[in-house]
Design a protein around this ligand. Structure first.
Ligand SMILES: *Cc1c(COP(=O)(O)O)cnc(C)c1O
Length: 416
C-alpha cells in the first residue's frame, strides 16, 4: 500500500539542548584513552566521588534506607510533593540556618536537584521570557531553558573578584521579560563561596528588577575555606527565593536521587502569582522520588553525626589544597585562587605556551590519550579554553593524576 511518508520527526531542540551535556562531552574525551596504557584512569572530569572508599556515605544513611525498606510501609506510590515526614524534616533541616521557619508545605521532594531544576524551569515557561544564568555555570540550566523555550542570557562570574557576580552587567542585560536569575553557591564549577554581603547585593538587585532568585545549593555546607556557607533563603524577605538542594553531594549518594525545592518566601509574595500552583502542576506531570528513599530522609538528616561531615570536609580540604598548589605552578595554567567549597576549580589554559594544541577539547583529548587523565573541557560551561578540574577523589589517586598533568604540560611546552 502506498504511503506518503512517516510523520514522526526528531525534536531538534533536544540536539541543541544536549550540546550542553557534561556526560556526553566526557564520554567523548574518554574515547581517546589508550587501552594499552596499564595505569588506572584518573577521573578528574565529573563530580561523583562515591566510588572511592574514602568517600563512602555514612552508615546512618544506609541503615535508614534499609529500615524504611524492611518496614514494608513504603512500597506504594508517594504522595505528590513528597512523603510528609520527608518534607517536614527537610523544612527543619533548612530552617536551622534561616532567620524564620519553613513549614513542610514550603518543601517539595524531587528526584535529585536535577529534577528540581526541571520543575522550576518548566514552571517559568512563558512566551518571550528570559532567564539570567551564570557563566561559567551548570549546563543543565541551559539545556532545560532551551527545552522550555526560555531565552538564556549569561551574566559573568568574575575570577578577579573571587568569582562574584558582575551585578552591573547583570542589571544591564535584564529587561521586562526577565523572570529569574540563577546562582550556584557553593560554586560549581569555580569552587567559590558567596559572602553574606554579596548575597545581600544579589538580593537587592533582584528585588529592583522584580525577578525571582533560584539558588542552587547542591553543595551546601561543603566548604573548607575561611568563608562560611550562607543560604540565599536568609534574604527571603528581600526577594522571593527558590532553594534547590539534595542529599547527593553532602552525603555522597548521587545515585539515590533525592532532592528538593524549598520556597523561601516568608512574606508570601509567591501567593499572588499562581506560581506555587504551577510548581505543583509541574510536579504532578513528573515522576516522584522512590518512596522508601523519601521515608529514610528524617533519619538521614537528623542522625548523621558531625564526624562524618568533618571527615569528608578534611579530605576535600586536603585535596583542594594539593590540587591548587600543583596547578598554580604549571606555566600554561592560570588559577587565581584556592577553592573554598564544592568539588571543583576552573583553570585557564594559555595555549600560546603549548605546542600543537589548538583548544580546550584538544588539550583534554590528548591528555586522556597520553596520560589517562580525564578533565572537562570548559566550552561545555561556555568557557572556551578553560578546563574544569574535580579534585574530589582519593588523595593518592589525585596526587598521581596531578603528576601526570604536570608531565603532560612539560612535554607539550613550547621550547624556547
Ligand atoms: C550535581 C548538581 C546538581 C544535581 O544534583 P542531583 O541531586 O544529583 O540531581 C544540581 N546543580 C548543581 C550545581 C550540581 O552540581
Amino acid at each position: 500500500m502506498a504511503m506518503k511518508e512517516w510523520k514522526f520527526r526528531e525534536n531538534s531542540k533536544l540536539k541543541t539542548a544536549s550540546a550542553f551535556s557534561i556526560k556526553l562531552v566526557l564520554d567523548d574525551v574518554k574515547t581517546n584513552v589508550n587501552p594499552s596504557d596499564e595505569r588506572t584512569i584518573i577521573p578528574l572530569g565529573h563530580g561523583d566521588p562515591s566510588s572511592f572508599p574514602c568517600f563512602r556515605t555514612t552508615q546512618v544513611a544506609e541503615d535508614a534506607v534499609v529500615d524504611a525498606l524492611r518496614s514494608a510501609n513504603f512500597n506504594g506510590y508517594a504522595p505528590k510533593g513528597g512523603v510528609l515526614q520527608a518534607r517536614r524534616s527537610i523544612a527543619e533541616y533548612l530552617s536551622r540556618n534561616l532567620p524564620y521557619k519553613l513549614s513542610p508545605d514550603d518543601v517539595y521532594v524531587t528526584l535529585g536537584a536535577k529534577q528540581a531544576i526541571e520543575v522550576v524551569l518548566s514552571s517559568l515557561r512563558k512566551p518571550g521570557a528570559n532567564i539570567l544564568l551564570p557563566k561559567p555555570g551548570y549546563p543543565a540550566y541551559e539545556a532545560l531553558a532551551i527545552l522550555n523555550q526560555i531565552e538564556v542570557r549569561h551574566f559573568d562570574l568574575v575570577q578577579e573578584n573571587g568569582w562574584e557576580v558582575d551585578l552591573n552587567g547583570l542589571e544591564t542585560m535584564a529587561d521586562d521579560k526577565t523572570v529569574a536569575m540563577v546562582i550556584i553557591n557553593p560554586g560549581n564549577p569555580c569552587g567559590n563561596i558567596f559572602s553574606h554581603h554579596h548575597l545581600q547585593k544579589i538580593a537587592e538587585t533582584a528585588r529592583r528588577l522584580g525577578i525571582l532568585v533560584i539558588s542552587d545549593e547542591a553543595y551546601a555546607h561543603l566548604t573548607f575555606g575561611s568563608k562560611p556557607f550562607v543560604p540565599m533563603g536568609v534574604f527571603g524577605s528581600v526577594v522571593p527565593v527558590l532553594t534547590l538542594g539534595s542529599l547527593s553531594k553532602r552525603w555522597l549518594i548521587p545515585g539515590w536521587r533525592l532532592g528538593w525545592i524549598a520556597r523561601n518566601d516568608p512574606d508570601g509574595v509567591f501567593n499572588g502569582y499562581g506560581f506555587v500552583e504551577c510548581i505543583k502542576r509541574s510536579l504532578n506531570t513528573n515522576s516522584e522520588a522512590a518512596t522508601f528513599i523519601q521515608a529514610a530522609v528524617p533519619q538521614i538528616l537528623e542522625k548523621t553525626s558531625d564526624d562524618f561531615f568533618v571527615k569528608t570536609i578534611d579530605i576535600l580540604r586536603k585535596d583542594a589544597e594539593m590540587c591548587y598548589e600543583c596547578l598554580k605552578d604549571i606555566s600554561c595554567f592560570t588559577c587565581l585562587q584556592k577553592p573554598q567549597g564544592s568539588l571543583f576549580l576552573m583553570v585557564k589554559l594559555d595555549l600560546s605556551k603549548l605546542e600543537g594544541i589548538k583548544d580546550d577539547m584538544e588539550f583534554c583529548s590528548k591528555l586522556a590519550k597520553e596520560e589517562s587523565v580525564i578533565l572537562l573541557p570548559g566550552f561545555v560551561l561556555r568557557m572556551k579554553n578553560w578546563v574544569r578540574v574535580t579534585f574530589a577523589i582519593e588523595p593518592s589517586a589525585l596526587e598521581d593524576g596531578l603528576e601526570r598533568i604536570q608531565a603532560f604540560c612539560l612535554r607539550h611546552a613550547i621550547k624556547k
